[in-house]
Design a protein around this ligand. Structure first.
Ligand SMILES: [Zn+2]
Length: 222
């Protein structure tokens, strides 16, 4: 980060409780930076190894300790360099139960964590589709210039479009399968999304998402 711009670091804000978004905390904690995160961190257990650490070689994370935020919030406004930073909890399970929106009015910018992925398929395993789409509707209605998601390089307002389209299509296609009495195995085998085939993680995540979404929507439509 220093190579991009050598500025002091006032706070680190963890947008949610997924380890690819907080495993860097130990570095900032050691240099005395306050780390802000959702109250939901209180319900997280510190595992010996996180999900990501189980999937990579130990050498790749030597020196990385699991450090949770030291300031837990639901809603909070902080001030950095006389600019207001509004931190607001989504307050219901959307991408996870712990999603935070970080809005900086002066820069017309909102950081939305993994509520928005672009150029990559979202992972829905810890989420709720209906609430997630609702959260995206709320973000879309905001008068902001930049929406910065958790993955992907697009940062203007269109950054939200791919995730929105993927989630709404997933709901539509699976609702239709449920209405037509198609079972889960056939649905997993048949619900493809051609617009997203070239997105990162399509091969490894899409089928899993269809299966999770089927169970989620089957349960909620009963
Ligand atoms: Zn995530």
């Amino acid at each position: 980060m220093k190579e991009i711009k050598d500025l002091p670091i006032s706070y680190v804000i963890n947008t949610h409780t997924h380890d690819d978004h907080y495993l860097g905390n130990s570095f900032y904690n050691e240099i005395g930076v306050d780390i802000v995160g959702s109250n939901e961190f209180e319900n997280e257990t510190k595992l010996e190894k996180t999900r990501m650490q189980m999937n990579i070689l130990e050498d790749a994370y030597s020196g990385t300790k699991q450090v949770f935020p030291n300031i837990l919030v639901e809603n909070k406004t902080i001030s950095i360099d006389a600019k207001e930073i509004n931190i607001e909890s989504v307050n219901k399970k959307a991408h996870t139960k712990s999603d935070l929106l970080i809005y900086i009015p002066e820069f017309s910018t909102i950081f939305v964590g993994d509520l928005v992925f672009n150029e990559r398929i979202p992972s829905i395993r810890d989420g709720n589709l209906k609430n997630w789409i609702e959260a995206l509707d709320k973000i879309k209605s905001m008068d902001v210039k930049y929406i910065i998601g958790g993955h992907g390089k697009i940062v203007d307002k269109s950054s939200i479009d791919a995730t929105y389209k993927y989630l709404t299509q997933l709901v539509d296609k699976i609702s239709l399968a449920l209405e037509n009495g198609i079972d889960i195995a056939d649905t997993v085998n048949n619900v493809s999304m051609k617009d997203f085939k070239d997105f990162k993680m399509y091969g490894s995540l899409h089928r899993q998402n269809v299966e999770i979404a089927y169970r989620m929507l089957e349960w909620s439509s009963e």
